[in-house]
Write a protein that binds this ligand. Structure first.
Ligand SMILES: Cc1cc2nc3c(=O)[nH]c(=O)nc-3n(C[C@H](O)[C@H](O)[C@H](O)COP(=O)(O)O)c2cc1C
Length: 230
């Protein structure tokens, strides 16, 4: 099982990224994680999480139950997390995988080089700004550089944009990236699996990301599956 790269940028939908990390760790993956400065703004705004990019600690992003109980700012995350069903839960406390964090300005990180082998990269959520920079080949931070590397090495690069409506510039960037080999997987949950909650919607998108990474999961009921999952 090769290491995976996950990058978080400043688009709305921080919970997609937090849940994706929980699932990847729960399935025993080693995740190279990098986070943009704008992503920290969104993490705090949407989930109450305060992530210090210079002094990163995994519990800032994936607080354990004791952290959630103590900090009133994390009540929303606590509520959201408890809504993921037990069967599907992969809380960080019990997970088998590990996070290797790299500052987004650190071009010395292994993931900045094509010689560092990975099983693929996901940018979740992916801002229009980062998407445009990758489409332009700018490589101005580690996130953009690692994405550039995955494209040039012809490895899996999954972008999870969140924006609406989309301008023709943004659509053009997505088309360009798709033609260059990236998978554009918008944070655009389906409704055919009869979602009952925000968690069902989140797990639909996270499950589709896992599908494209080749990771088996039971995050949602697939079209054509019977109730017993056959
Ligand atoms: C609360 C908040 C929500 C945002 N939501 C989005 C969004 O959904 N999509 C997007 O492309 N940009 C969004 N932005 C703007 C980006 O954060 C901004 O363009 C930033 O420069 C992106 O930088 P990054 O790609 O380095 O993370 C949002 C900003 C804030 C503060």
């Amino acid at each position: 099982m090769r290491d995976l790269v996950v990058a978080m940028t400043g688009a709305s939908g921080a919970l997609y990224a937090v849940r994706l990390l929980e699932v990847l760790l729960g399935t025993g993956h080693t995740v190279h994680l990098t986070i943009s400065s704008s992503a920290t703004t969104v993490l705090e705004k949407e989930l109450g999480l305060k992530v210090d990019l210079k002094h990163f600690d995994q519990r800032q992003l994936l607080p354990i139950e004791a952290d959630l109980a103590q900090d009133p700012a994390l009540q929303r995350l606590k509520d959201l997390r408890s809504g993921f069903s037990d069967l599907r839960s992969t809380f960080s406390e019990t997970s088998k995988g590990r996070v290797l964090y790299h500052h987004c300005g650190d071009f010395m990180a292994g993931i900045a080089s094509g010689s560092f082998l990975t099983g693929g990269m996901v940018i979740c959520p992916c801002s229009m700004g980062t998407l445009a920079s990758i489409a332009g080949g700018h490589s101005e931070n580690l996130i953009q550089r690692a994405a550039d590397v995955h494209l040039k090495e012809r490895r899996k690069l999954i972008l999870v944009p969140r924006e609406t409506p989309l301008s023709s510039i943004q659509l053009g960037n997505m088309q360009h990236l798709s033609q260059a080999g990236a998978t554009i997987l918008p944070a655009m949950p389906g409704f055919y699996h009869n979602p009952q909650s925000i968690q069902d919607l989140i797990d639909f998108v996270v499950g589709r990301i896992c599908d494209h990474l080749g990771i088996e999961h039971k995050l949602f009921k697939r079209w054509g599956e019977t109730h017993d999952g056959q």
